[in-house]
Design a protein around this ligand. Sequence first.
Ligand code: ZN
Length: 370
Amino acid sequence: MELLIRNGRLVDPDDVARESGEIAIRDGRFVAVSEISQETATVMDVAGSYVAPGFIDMHVHVYEDGAVIGIDADRVGVQQGVTTIVDAGSTGSDGLARFRETIIDTHDTEVLAFLNISRKGLCDGLSELADPADLMGVDEARTAFAAEPNLVGLKARMSGSVVREQDVKPLVHARMVADALGVPIMIHIGNPPPYLPDILPLLKKGDIVTHAFHGKEHGILDTNGEMIPEARDALTRGVLFDIGHGSASFSYETLQKFKGKYDEAFTTSTDIYERNIETPVGSLMTTMTKLLQLDYSLDEAVASVTSRARAALGLHEQGTFALGTVADVTVFDVVDRKMALVDSNGEVRETVKVIEPKMTIKSGRVVWKA
Ligand SMILES: [Zn+2]
């Protein structure tokens, strides 16, 4: 099976695309255009549209029968131009086998996961780290990671409502487990306690802070719009910031202030689930559209869901056009249209350019078309 994508405007964060501007695919992988037969290949003319490596959304909740908030993986995946999604802690070790069976194995979208440091995951309500007895031990974690190749790290939610009187203790425990296994931790930040000056020093290079640009008090910026020292130090150590839009965790104002003073790259993700897909989140492309509204370039927005996400997740195949890697492709349009988009704080801003999905190719196969 050979496929040739022609006449697209390539957005190629790694700058590895072929000079011809054409993308060739054979047997599910990217190959050089010269390697496929122009006579027998299926040619797709995508003139006017943009063509990028398959988008990665590193914070979603898709455990439909496991967590109350879960949404269908393909609805927020390939049907929205996203080829790889990462469920961020919906499941702990208790629900992992069923997550494989009912979610990973049954969708066109590639589903990876951060494993909740609580055995229960989000399944039993939203204070999963309040009882130390629920925390997964090193041996259990090792067993889980050995059994499930799609795990990319651990998830620990550091909000008062999640940890109750445990403060940072669940994160200290997650740190110990993550170090023993050599995997990163994605932490969620929200309403304290625990406070960021106690949380951030526990993070190491490669760990991810999702909801980094929330608009609540006690965030990464102080009242003057400067990063608090612990946030600056964390970035210097190689800790990564991620958007994780969600119902309550993305503020235009916070990201705009950050952008005004700092160049540090971040990843874009949605924290999408059943209750926020209509508003305020919409989709990964809607979240990227909000970046355009804040004057980020299209290249930046695409890099934040491809090359950067790949690096953050330690992936090798996804998010690139590199020859020999799995042929995941996102075809999209940037439409000139006025649209009012709301952030998690209820602030509405009007954008004049909207990113919209057009076609999704997963492992060389067209799995969705607008
Ligand atoms: Zn989440």
